[in-house]
Design a protein around this ligand. Structure first.
Ligand code: MSP
Length: 491
């Protein structure tokens, strides 16, 4: 099996994590955990995009230094990761020395291969997107489609990257799935973009604009490396680049490399980044999963509308409810949170969060579904069966594997629920609790089938709800009846 390297996008450091960020991490985490579960060597990398103009602007508004702001943001993201049980192996801050070295190396390679040049440029810059906009990216009123603000007109002397020189190569890479995009339809958007005339892109910003923040262009202190060019490189900083050591070789060059990003940043990951890697003589990533957006009660989350939902709010409410009443204790709220987004949101579409839906689904799937099944079966098991030392997961269900191999965590999760339904039906139809009273051997055999199924369910839950998974497996192996419900009914 090839080594598996998976990354999430690195967020700007201008605020606390919101639901959209945490969704991306939970999704990436489930894929990373699945890969570990089936025995692949896996590395999961994430980090913070600290050099952006957005961050310096925000710090100024708050009367803080940019360093104070990015340190605070990193600690907020790290503590939310801990709370939601994200199993990342690496965390790259773009202000770190290691990252600076990697960025400078890429810059120098692009200069050496003639892919960077200097010119004066006038363009419309959207700080929200941290990118220049063409007329096609704007509304009739001249506003950015994503931020609904009019970009600033900027005239600067900048270094440019020869994106235009890579047009045909990029077309071929996308058409031939050399980098495979999930879901497939996003490929068409990018190919349509490539059909137009491709402009070279600005690859630096004046240092004075960023108040000396950011990574200086080698040999020209008046400029800093453009935020995207610098941020994208975090994916290889994580593997030790510019040292092309064994980790870099085993994971980046010869491994299965996957970037998980939101649908708004495909252009950067599937055009700019591959062109930079080609220009620097480095291998391309193999796959990109571009997930949809999380909306709240049907509306896009936005600071202007004021409906940005803090994941802590969801966690706090479920923590208050379940910390004492559930056998999962402290782990209860994160498990419910992960369940909601992984079982009910398709990675390929936008997904909505509402409080009512969370409660409804919690009661149906967790309280009645998993919780009830474990309870009923362990009750019979402790009464009639003895301890079974070990269960092995010989084969993983084909649909579970196929779905995960295509990053469809939701469908993989549904496969686990099919097993739950099967076990419930078996119980109802075969009634082992009655059989055991007339034919003990047969009844025990039936209960053993069910107990083994519960273990399998526990094991397959690992990528989604790792603590529930551990708990179910240990209840089965120790043949113990839970002394509290896993998922008490939420009225
Ligand atoms: N800093 C850049 C990414 C650089 S990657 C080399 C950035 N930051 S971001 O903070 O705006 O977004 C971080 C990630 O969160 C992106 O993948 C983005 O698509 C995702 N999301 C932001 N809002 C989201 C939702 N409402 N829903 C789901 N994901 C969303 O872009």
């Amino acid at each position: 099996m090839k080594n598996f390297y998976i990354t999430s996008a690195i967020p700007y450091s201008n605020g606390k994590p919101h639901l959209g960020h945490i969704y991306e991490y939970v999704l990436t985490d489930s894929i990373a955990r699945y890969n570990r579960l089936i025995g692949r060597n896996t590395l999961f990398c994430m980090g913070m995009d600290e050099n952006a103009q957005k961050n310096t602007k925000k710090a100024e508004e708050l009367g803080k230094t940019t360093q104070e702001l990015v340190d605070w943001a990193a600690s907020e993201f790290l503590s939310m990761n801990k709370r939601t049980n994200i199993s990342n192996d690496l965390f790259i801050r773009t202000t770190s020395l290691a990252h600076k070295e990697a960025s400078i190396e890429i810059w120098n390679r692009l200069v050496a291969t003639g892919n960077i040049y200097k010119k004066t440029y006038t363009g419309k810059y959207c700080v929200g997107c941290e990118s220049f906009k063409t007329e096609k990216d704007l509304t009739e009123k001249g506003e950015c489609l994503d931020h609904m603000t009019v970009p600033e007109v900027i005239s600067e002397e900048n270094y440019f990257f020869k994106l235009s020189a890579f047009k045909e190569k990029l077309q071929k890479i996308l058409e031939e799935d050399e980098i495979k995009i999930y879901p497939e339809h996003r490929k068409n958007e990018l190919l349509a973009f490539l059909d137009q005339e491709i402009q070279d892109i600005s690859f630096s910003r004046p240092s004075k604009l960023l108040k000396q923040w950011g990574i200086p262009v080698p040999g020209d202190e008046s400029q800093v490396i453009y935020v995207w060019c610098d941020a994208l490189i975090n994916y290889i900083t994580g593997l030790g680049f510019p040292n092309e050591n064994d980790i870099f070789k085993n994971y980046w060059e010869n491994g299965e490399t996957v970037h998980v990003i939101g649908k708004d940043i495909t252009r950067f990951h599937l055009l700019y980044w591959p062109a930079m890697l080609l220009g620097a003589g480095l291998p391309l990533p193999k796959k990109v999963l571009a997930h949809g957006f999380i909306t709240v009660s049907g509306k896009k989350m936005s600071k202007t509308i004021g409906n940005v939902l803090d994941p802590a709010e969801v966690l706090n409410i479920y923590e208050t409810f379940g910390k004492e009443t559930s056998l999962l204790g402290e782990s209860f709220a994160p498990e419910v949170f992960r369940y909601y987004f992984l079982k009910n949101v398709s990675p390929f579409e936008d997904g909505d969060f509402t409080w009512e839906r969370l409660k409804e689904l919690y009661n149906a799937d967790l309280a009645n579904g998993i919780g009830n099944l474990v309870n009923r079966i362990m009750k019979l098991s402790t009464k009639y069966l003895s301890i079974e030392e070990k269960y092995e997961q010989e084969v993983f269900p084909a649909n579970y594997v196929n779905s995960f191999e295509n990053f469809d965590a939701k469908t993989a999760f549904e496969e686990v629920f099919k097993l739950i339904t099967e076990a419930d039906l078996y119980m109802q139809k075969e009634e082992p609790f009655k059989v055991i009273k007339v034919d003990e051997a047969k009844g025990k055999e039936m209960l053993e089938i069910l107990r083994k199924k519960v273990y399998t369910i526990g094991n397959l839950l690992d990528p989604f709800m790792p603590e529930t998974s551990k708990l179910i497996k240990s209840l089965v192996l120790e043949n113990k009846m839970p002394d509290k419900p896993l998922f008490p009914r939420y009225e």
